[in-house]
Ligand binder design. Structure first.
Ligand code: 3HC
Length: 295
């Protein structure tokens, strides 16, 4: 079985651009596919900014940044990913959209090519089954911000072959990440534990146990978390958290995964967190202030 040298990334949003960056940084010739030139520009700018910041901090030589950028190519055509050895998908969490891409690539790529999804909430088995390579299909779940967070959950579904799983573990290591083995249950390992914790923080806020600031301070200063639950909810995205919780609740039918009413109201109101400028905190101010949610 050939070595993985050429990597394809589907999607150049927050996660896709991070994955493409670390793949190119690790020496893989990387092609990123996005739907439009506008999205490509956004992704390129994000990657360039992150690399420039690393150079400015002295973490990265400017020659390494240039070499990383040289290993990165962008395209709007799925066909350009035909010669890839590993394709990682990080597009919107829409199963039909993902499966349409997988089906197209299944007919284009070599039989040895491994398909990997960065989904945080959808079932890997449902994507693998859309292809004729269900044994060469895994989950590779990265964490935000991808260039910084060391973890990758390597997800083995019921059809993943041991060989594919091994190759995916080795690939994650070659990206400089620490892989852990996860099963294809909704939430894998980290979100299975993290999401109920975040939802609980919202419930405690609804119950008036403490303020947004005090609950955040409590978890940062009392337990050494890098961010309190409300800062983390804003960072992950209120809409994203709601969406993941709904899927987990549907899978397990347990109350602890049910999105609390406040989360749903914030999602509906467009208070989607940091990326929207406002969530539990208002990012229009520096430092951010607590949003008045009428609690
Ligand atoms: N992109 C790239 N790099 C970033 C970044 C970003 N968006 N934000 C911060 N960084 C880098 C900084 O450049 C800095 O790099 P350096 O150490 O090489 O100099 C490093 O991260 C630390 O940044 P700061 O000093 O500015 O800030 P902090 O010390 O507060 O760290 C943080 C920021 C790394 C984001 C830290 O607060 C943290 O670890 N937070 C928790 C993040 C977390 O839990 N992520 C997982 C979310 S769950 C998820 O992704 C799963 C999904 O399915 C929902």
């Amino acid at each position: 079985m050939g070595e993985i040298k050429k990597v394809g990334v589907l999607g150049c949003g927050l996660m896709g651009s991070g994955i493409a960056q670390i793949a190119a940084q690790a020496g893989f010739e990387t092609i990123v596919r996005e739907v439009s030139d506008e999205f490509i520009e956004k992704g390129k700018t994000r990657i360039a900014k992150t690399l420039d910041r690393a150079v400015a901090k002295g973490k990265f030589e400017s020659a390494d940044r240039d070499a990383t950028l040289e290993r990165l190519r962008f395209t709007t055509s799925v066909k350009d990913l035909a010669d890839r050895h590993m394709v990682i998908e990080a597009v919107t969490e829409d199963l039909d959209m993902k499966n349409a891409l997988w089906k197209e690539l299944d007919g284009l790529c070599e039989p040895e090519t491994i398909f990997a999804s960065n989904t945080s909430s959808l079932t890997i088995a449902a994507m693998a089954a859309a292809t004729a390579r269900a044994d060469r299909f895994v989950g590779l779940h990265f964490f935000n911000p991808v260039p910084i967070m060391k973890l990758v959950e390597v997800v083995r579904t019921v059809t993943t072959s041991p060989k594919t799983f091994e190759r995916a573990m080795a690939f994650a290591k070659s990206l400089g990440k620490v892989p852990i083995a996860a099963k294809d249950n909704s939430g894998f390992i980290v979100n299975l534990l993290l999401v109920p914790y975040l939802l609980d923080a919202i419930r405690q806020l609804e119950h008036g146990i403490g303020s947004v600031e005090d609950i955040d301070k409590g978890m940062v200063l009392g337990t050494g978390h890098p961010m309190g639950p409300f800062t983390l909810l804003d960072f992950v995205g209120i809409d994203t958290t709601y969406y993941i919780a709904e899927i987990m609740f549907n899978e397990y039918r347990e109350a602890r995964y049910a999105p609390p009413p406040l989360l749903k109201r914030m999602m509906l109101a467009g208070l989607h967190g940091k990326k929207a400028g406002k969530g539990f905190y208002d990012y229009g101010a520096d430092p951010p202030t607590v949003t008045d949610l009428g609690l």
